[in-house]
Ligand binder design. Sequence first.
Ligand code: PLP
Length: 397
Amino acid sequence: MKINQNFLNLQGSYLFSTVGAKCATYRAEHPDREVIKLSIGDVTRPLAPIVVDAMKRAADEMADAATFKGYGPDATCYGYEQLIGSIRAHYARRGVVLASDEIFISDGAKSDLSNILDLFSADNTVLVPDPVYPVYVDTNIMAGRRILYADANRENDFLPLPDPEVHADIIYICSPNNPTGAAYQREGLKAWVDYALREDALILYDAAYEAFLEGDLPHSIFEIEGARDCAVEVCSYSKTAGFTGVRCGYTVIPSTLKREGVSIGKLWARRQSTKFNGVSYITQMGAAAVFTEEGERQIRENIAYYKRNAQTIGRMLDAHGIYYTGGKHSPYIWMQCPAGMKSWEFFDLLLENANVVGTPGSGFGKNGEGFFRLTAFATAENTEKACARMGDYIKTL
Ligand code: PLP
């Protein structure tokens, strides 16, 4: 028996595990201190009432032999019509027309972003931004793929554009971005779509934070002409509607999307029906309530709450003249470490002096060195307390 040697090429531990371990050690050594975490991207607001009601109704249906549901419908890869219909309507409001068989329901974006790699040869070259959501890198290392990086930095506002000299087969784009909070305008996405079409590449577009966008920025890659021939979009209810513990997402694969003459959607349906048995009916009914008129209103309240936290963090950084991006179109604030500190150095000192935990930017890639990610997902009370303590500490530097 041989193991997959590619796993040995992974870095020692997942970034958030290291942050968690350091935090746990500090808490054990200082049980009297209240540590506030502005690090991991988990939500704190409860589910919207309309979602909870829909889930309770679905649970009642499961309790009655006349309305009980087993496996989901085969025809749509286990997605129920109510949910698929609400996702279609959500896209239609932005002028994107999708057919039911172009939407695949899943237990979240992380699984789909990883599992879709089953469809592609290990010879493909992958292009990811740096800094980057670590899952894109680690899943490709596990599969033994060659990875190239597109530099995201202050000079390009953390929104890299394609380099015509570089060839890639699989391109990851995350907008609004984790970790930087930067969001592409239409022109930027158009440049990536044109590049992908020229290179016969495939874009994996991660729209997990689209609900945080403001103004006239594109929410979907399919708002860009040509994207139906080169892109797959992965989205999630996790941050949109607080489903991190419920688990539901969806992937959009246009029926026209082919590579080497093979339909990507058909391959994905084949993969899913072999290795996956769908998302629970109760979860799907809860998710279907999200994109109703009332559902949208209720989730907006939670998103506005997180945005107020982002503003609190932004005000504190502004007061100390610290450069940052994000916070406007995303729950992430990407700040430069004060006093020229390196990311882990600032992490340790902030934990020690302010009892606040963030995520070191260097954990997201080489261009993250000297940066630090804060999230707006804590409670308002904790965010205010953490900012006051951070401000007091930064003043001393
Ligand atoms: N994509 C990005 C960029 C994320 O930051 C996250 C979660 O933090 C995910 C995907 C995973 O989302 P899900 O909870 O749907 O698996």
